[in-house]
Design a protein around this ligand. Structure first.
Ligand code: C2E
Ligand code: MG
Ligand code: MG
Length: 537
């Protein structure tokens, strides 16, 4: 393991640093999450407001255009065609009948008259912006901020009717910077009816072909109103307002900080507890509270014991047992695992050295942690102990989990060194990690131990029931031995034997035994006793 990863690991192990990290991360996540939600809400509200405004405008425009057209139709239908008092009265009548007609006028080459006598009245000279088959349209006929001045004008024959700016804006408050545009020439040109001219097409990236009426760009909201007339389109553009966060969000800030601090405090307590467990473990090693037990491994056909797996137990002074599943991962984090592995190796040879010398076919397998596989230390410690106790290297096997093979290049080198020294290498809990067949082929391994979970599934309908047979076939194809772990029922032995598995361990045969019990089992003739052997622990 590199020095950098060691430093990182020890940093993570410090309660204070962990707590600060947890507090900062959780507060930042909570704040970012709540800010995201608040912003979404604000944007949603903005879009909803624009939609509502757009719809109100559209409704008003439909009424307005309807009235202007009807007014023109009425004028066109009556017989008068010259500016006299009757014409003025007729024009006044039309303006009176239709609320949205602010000004009605008659115009020809020589005369002009309107219901409103004014000097700068409706222009006869400017060509229409849109020329339809019946009606012509003049848009934004005045840009002056006079509520009574015309904003759009319609013409038919010699008649003109115009509406006022006030009639367009009384329904909807056009916010500063907003514009109501009429887009003509197949989207090429936009004429403002209300508000300032706008660049068209918009300079912000937008999708002109989207079917959504409302488009939100970075700086603008663009509401394209559906019209029945293909010659023009009505578009409402407003600048996006600065985002005002809801007041609730400002409450979330202190709440997130308090929650982050609470999480930090919790992490601190847990880390302290874990650290104190680490301290206790150190004491346990000194006081000799750790004990090595041996779970026998059997030949499934002959039911002879061929070896055992060394399993660690932590028996506290009050008699309670702490599971290795709890303290081994912790010892891996604190680095105490090296001491523990050395302890297991030493104790195993002290306790079983004589038995192993007397039974050269017997072997004991030892579990290695991931960090044990990353350095050649274990092989060196083992070699010294084997020499002292005059035990053959082939009588000690090493179990590594797939997790221990993460840095496969280094692991492969160290495992190969162990094999070269004469040890067997087993992959423990096989099937629970990520080892693939192709990967397995490249590893210096002698045996696969199939995890208990797959042995449990054997004979059941569960999807995982087919995993064990698959692993077995794969192991055989690679000429690897197979040991089944956690056998609890006779039926499992029958199934495993029929699949060609030769070895197994589990509570059906024996729990983990003390050294004395294991020695007794072997010296009794390696046969399985009529009663099940029980864990003394
Ligand atoms: P493992 O190496 O896969 O060990 C097998 C575990 O399954 C042992 O649990 C064993 O007691 C249990 N077992 C065996 N047969 C049966 C059965 O029929 N039914 C059930 N339910 N369980 C069965 P244990 O001893 O609690 O060990 C748990 C894990 O702790 C081991 O898994 C191993 O990964 C780790 N461990 C134990 N001792 C050591 C050690 O000395 N060094 C290291 N690095 N890890 C160890
Ligand atoms: Mg094991
Ligand atoms: Mg296992």
């Amino acid at each position: 393991m590199t020095a950098a990863s060691e430093t990182l690991r020890s940093w993570f192990y410090r309660p204070w640093s962990l707590a600060i990290l947890a507090a900062v991360l959780s507060a930042a996540l909570l704040l970012a999450g709540s800010l995201g939600v608040a912003l979404r809400q604000v944007q949603q509200r903005e879009s909803e407001q624009m939609n509502a405004q757009g719809e109100r405008f559209l409704e008003r425009l439909e009424q307005l255009f309807g009235q202007l057209r009807e007014g023109l139709d009425d004028l066109e239908a009556q017989p008068l065609r010259s500016c006299d008092t009757d014409m003025i009265a007729t024009l006044q009548q039309v303006s009176f009948n239709y609320r949205f007609v602010y000004e009605a006028a008659y115009i020809d080459a020589t005369q002009f008259c309107s219901n409103r006598p004014r000097q700068d009245g409706l222009s006869a000279i400017r060509p229409p912006d849109i020329k339809g088959p019946t009606y012509s349209y003049w848009l934004n006929t005045s840009t002056e901020p006079d509520e009574n001045r015309a904003a759009l004008m319609l013409g038919r024959g010699n008649f003109r009717v115009a509406t006022s700016r006030g009639h367009l804006t009384d329904m909807v408050d056009l916010t500063p910077g907003s514009s109501l545009l009429v887009v003509v020439g197949q989207g090429a040109r936009a004429i403002p009816v209300l508000g300032a001219p706008q660049a068209w097409p918009p300079t912000d990236p937008w999708s002109p072909f989207s079917s959504e009426p409302l488009q939100v760009t970075k700086t603008r909201l663009i509401y394209r109103m559906p019209t029945n007339n293909p010659e023009y389109q009505l578009v409402l553009i407003t600048p996006r307002t600065a985002l005002h966060l809801p007041t609730l969000w400002w409450w979330l800030v202190p709440a997130s900080l308090v929650l982050g601090l609470s999480i930090g405090a919790l992490v601190f307590l847990l880390a302290r507890q874990r650290q104190s467990l680490g301290g206790e473990l150190q004491g346990a090693l000194k006081r000799g509270e750790l004990q090595v037990l041996y779970q026998p491994i059997f030949d499934l056909k002959s039911r002879n014991c061929v070896g055992a797996e060394a399993l660690l137990r932590w028996r506290r002074p009050d008699g309670t047992l702490t599971s290795p599943d709890l303290f081994i991962p912790m010892a891996e984090n604190t680095g105490q695992i090296r001491q523990i592995t050395d302890f297991v190796l030493q104790r195993l040879l002290e306790q079983l050295g004589k038995l192993l010398r007397a039974n050269p076919q017997l072997y004991i397998s030892v579990n290695l942690a991931a960090c044990d596989v990353m350095v050649p230390r274990v092989g060196q410690v083992m070699a010294r102990l084997l020499a002292t106790h005059r035990v053959a290297a082939r009588q000690i096997a090493f179990e590594v989990t797939e997790r221990g093979l993460i840095d496969v290049v280094i692991a492969r080198e160290n495992l190969q060194a162990l094999r070269d020294a004469g040890h067997q290498v087993l992959i423990d809990d096989f099937g629970t990690g990520y080892c693939s067949l192709a990967y397995l082929q490249t590893l210096p391994v002698d045996c696969l131990k199939i995890d208990k979970a797959f042995i449990d599934a054997l004979g059941h309908d569960a999807a995982s029931s087919g995993v064990a047979p698959h692993i077995i076939r794969m192991a055989h194809a690679l000429q690897l031995k197979v040991i089944a772990e956690g056998i609890e029922h006779e039926a499992q032995v029958t199934l495993l034997s029929s699949e060609g598995v030769n070895y197994g361990q589990g509570w059906l045969f024996a729990h983990a035994l003390t050294a004395a019990q294991f020695i007794e089992l072997i010296t009794r003739g390696r046969r399985l006793a009529p009663r099940r052997l029980d864990d003394e622990a």
